[in-house]
Design a protein around this ligand. Structure first.
Ligand code: DX5
Ligand code: ZN
Length: 219
């Protein structure tokens, strides 16, 4: 099994030194930079707007993986794409026409991601599987870093993997929330190929933590 892509979430970084933090993540072996955008409405927290993403863009060549926890999301797609997002991931609850939203993301030249909260059924994926470049399984309820991984998420990763494989989709399967070296291997074993991690990466040595996630044995 290939090593997973590691996508550190800058939600857990020092916001007073964001540029430096992004450069440190690249030097530490991160594959993508995961950027959590929260609007204080779709989720009970507020993070950062497109101007901050734009300001970070010159600090790294790594892809910007932008997780939009914003509703309605459609009016913001273009701004984050112009700010430098390579992937734009949306929740099906964040607009009335998810099929149109995913199509619009690709039209803007970005990769389109669809994210499933712990309580959101995967059945939606069957309807739009040809429109997604990434499926993200939330293993916590979104809004905050540092929460505990919900164990039932492993089964959901397996089910998402089965849907993608059945459709012959090359989309990435990503996991987000409470990911550590203790459960990373199980996520990969269940079919994930990209792992988001915030608090685990930023506690201590970034390079060692990223390496530990990449090489965690499958459980
Ligand atoms: C939660 C965010 C996650 C979060 C992960 O709403 O989408 O990306 O930052 O942080 P940890 O790894 O600390 O759970
Ligand atoms: Zn996220």
């Amino acid at each position: 099994m290939a090593a997973p892509l590691i996508c550190p979430s800058i939600l857990a970084s020092d916001f007073a030194r964001l540029g430096e933090e992004v450069r440190a993540l690249e030097a530490a072996g991160a594959d993508w930079i995961h950027i959590d955008v929260m609007d204080g409405h779709f989720v009970p927290n507020i993070t950062l707007g497109p101007d901050i993403v734009k300001a970070l863009r010159p600090h790294t060549r790594l892809p910007f993986d932008v997780h939009l926890m914003v509703a309605p999301v459609d009016p913001w797609l273009e701004a984050y794409r112009e700010a430098g997002a390579d992937l734009l991931t949306v929740h099906p609850e964040s607009g009335p026409h998810v099929h149109r939203t995913l199509g619009r993301i690709r039209q803007l030249g970005a990769k389109a991601g669809l994210v499933f909260n712990p309580g959101t059924p995967l059945s939606i994926l069957e309807e739009v599987v040809d429109l997604v470049d990434l499926v993200l399984i939330m293993s916590v309820n979104p809004g905050f870093g540092g929460q505990k991984f919900i164990d039932g998420s492993l089964r959901k990763i397996e089910r998402a993997r089965a849907i993608l494989d059945r459709a012959g989709s090359p989309a990435h399967l990503q996991v987000d929330g409470g990911v550590t070296s203790a459960n990373a291997g199980a996520c990969v074993g269940a079919g994930a190929d990209a792992l988001v991690a915030g608090s685990f990466v930023f506690k201590g040595d970034y390079a060692a933590n990223i390496a530990a996630l990449k090489s965690a044995p499958n459980a």
